[in-house]
Design a protein around this ligand. Structure first.
Ligand SMILES: Cc1cc2nc3c(=O)[nH]c(=O)nc-3n(C[C@H](O)[C@H](O)[C@H](O)COP(=O)(O)OP(=O)(O)OC[C@H]3O[C@@H](n4cnc5c(N)ncnc54)[C@H](O)[C@@H]3O)c2cc1C
Length: 307
């Protein structure tokens, strides 16, 4: 089997940037993506803070441009799910649903997945009013009432987006103030369709066949109330997609991959980039920077083992 220089796992912003740099450096590289290219960025309605787009840019459009740009330099993209990653004497074996690829170096750019509340109704009503993607499902809630759970950038951004469709949007947050950036907070506060429910957690999502309401508990007073909603959008943190490397590299206590400043993990030849790694800021701008750095670091690694 032909040995690749680099296999990139994941085709979000980090993977696509790594692919662009590696392909442009004329390395033999393949990027493996299980779903749509662009990752979480492609599922974001509008990205306002990626430099170079003064009016902002739609997430799907930014993802499309990254894809076209990387392929222009000859990046190969394989549509497959990576199921296992094995360390070999001279590299790695990457097992996918489509077969096995061997490679000297790997860049893990597998991102994160939405955190779960672990409450009754969350799994049962997923797709029946419970959603993790306002961009995908918002339009189903025209004239309806929805709840957004969370207080970070993603929650507030998506709540504002949902007011385009929904008559009323509750933002339910366990604390008394938001974590989201000030500009988003102000925009949400000014929006007449948004109502905040502070110091509160959702205990149960109600409904027999689709979402009909939520049971909310005020964590200060202990009061519990039922609120009628047609949809619930959950933005309660993220979990790293790091299962593939669990036994190969050092992870932090939340399961994020620990790297040095060159994106090298504790396993030689295995690099990590983007949201999957332990870092301060998980955004497109840092994901692409990580991807570029990982590609150049992997190139240096390949040179070092060839000597
Ligand atoms: C609702 C929301 C709004 C956001 N808004 C903004 C914003 O306004 N500005 C901003 O800068 N950032 C925003 N972000 C964050 C931004 O989207 C992420 O930081 C960025 O997408 C991270 O890129 P990534 O490539 O590291 O990971 P991801 O985008 O998560 O991509 C990882 C990719 O890896 C693939 N993958 C995972 N495991 C496997 C496997 N085993 N085999 C094959 N493929 C695999 C996944 O399918 C996915 O496509 C937002 C995120 C969300 C959820």
């Amino acid at each position: 089997m032909e040995m690749k220089d680099i296999v990139i796992i994941g085709g979000g912003p980090a993977g696509l940037a790594a692919g662009l740099y590696a392909a442009r450096a004329a390395l033999d590289v393949v990027l493996i993506e299980q779903g749509a290219l662009g990752g979480q960025a492609a599922g974001t309605e509008r990205i306002e803070n990626y430099p170079g787009f003064e009016e902002g840019i739609g997430g799907p459009e930014l993802a499309r441009r990254m894809d076209v740009q990387a392929r222009r330099f000859g990046l190969n993209v394989l549509d497959a799910n990576v199921q296992r990653l094995l360390r070999m004497e001279n590299g790695f074996a990457v097992r996918t649903g489509e077969g096995e690829i061997v490679t000297r170096a790997v860049i893990l750019a597998s991102g994160t997945q939405p955190g779960k509340l672990g409450i009754k109704g969350e799994e049962e009503l997923h797709g029946l009013g419970v959603s993790f993607c306002a961009t995908c499902d918002g339009a189903f809630f025209k004239g309806r009432t929805v709840a957004v759970v969370g207080g970070g950038d993603a929650a507030v951004e998506e709540a504002i987006f949902l007011t385009r469709f929904a008559e009323k949007v509750y933002i339910i947050h366990r604390r008394g103030e938001l974590r989201a950036t000030k500009v988003l907070q102000e925009r949400a506060r000014r929006n007449p369709r948004i109502e905040f429910i502070w110091h509160s957690v959702v205990e149960e999502i109600l409904g027999a066949y689709f979402v009909e309401g939520i049971r909310v508990k005020n964590v200060q007073s202990g009061d519990v109330e039922e609120i009628k909603v047609d949809g619930v959008f959950l933005y309660v943190g993220t979990r790293p997609n790091a299962g593939l490397v669990r036994d190969l590299v050092k992870l932090d206590d939340q399961g994020y991959v620990i790297t040095d400043e060159n994106m090298a993990t504790s396993c030689p030849g295995l690099f990590a980039a983007g949201d999957v790694r332990k870092k301060l800021l998980r955004q497109v701008v840092t994901a692409v920077a990580d991807g570029a750095t990982a590609a150049v670091a992997a190139e240096k690694y390949l040179e070092s083992i060839a000597r």
